[in-house]
Design a protein around this ligand. Structure first.
Ligand code: ZN
Length: 182
């Protein structure tokens, strides 16, 4: 995700932390975990290295595949990248709700897929990551740091296992709610 769109989202949602509304989401799931968005954009010096995950910010983007040299590390700033900040504050822009009557082992396969999608996404854009993945009755609840990653996860699950996907934007904070039923 570009920083610009993140700032826009952040300012759009700055009024209050909010809950994603999930009217169709029943079956006693933990879908009411609040989703909050930071109310201000963060400014990073170029270069900055994330002290949690090692991603480097330079030329306006965070990446994990920048070559790191000794002299570069002499002059970097250390800070938390947006993904690690979000993770530490349990902030999410995407919620993936996974439900179904799964055969044995399927849930594990689904979790593995999700981690695969995440690691591919994180390689070039560390700001794409999974904040949490919780086993709940009937499936999994996944929070992601970007709408894009929520979409990619559902897309991948649909490709791998079929099923049905429903997407909805939250009016309140621009978060993406994605539900996949397998
Ligand atoms: Zn980080």
């Amino acid at each position: 995700m570009k920083t610009g769109s993140m700032n826009k989202l952040a300012s759009k949602a700055s009024k209050a932390s909010t809950r994603i509304r999930t009217p169709r989401d029943r079956r006693g799931v933990r879908s009411d975990k609040p989703i909050t968005i930071p109310n201000q954009g963060i400014r990073y010096n170029d270069p900055t290295v994330c002290d949690s995950c090692g991603a480097m910010y330079t030329r306006k983007s965070w990446r994990k595949d920048h070559p790191v040299t000794h002299s570069m590390l002499e002059q970097v700033e250390w800070a938390k990248c947006p993904a690690c900040r979000q993770k530490s504050q349990e902030i999410a822009y995407g919620r993936v709700v996974i439900r179904g009557e799964f055969p044995a082992g399927r849930l594990t396969a689904i979790q593995r897929r999700i981690r695969n999608v995440e690691s591919r996404a994180t390689h070039t854009q560390p700001e794409n990551s999974v904040v949490s993945m919780d086993k709940v009755d009937g499936g999994l609840d996944v929070l992601t740091t970007s709408q894009q990653l929520a979409h990619r996860i559902v897309n991948e699950l649909k490709k791998a296992f079929g099923g049905r996907a429903i997407y909805r934007w939250s009016d309140a904070d621009g978060a993406l709610y994605a539900r996949w039923s397998g």
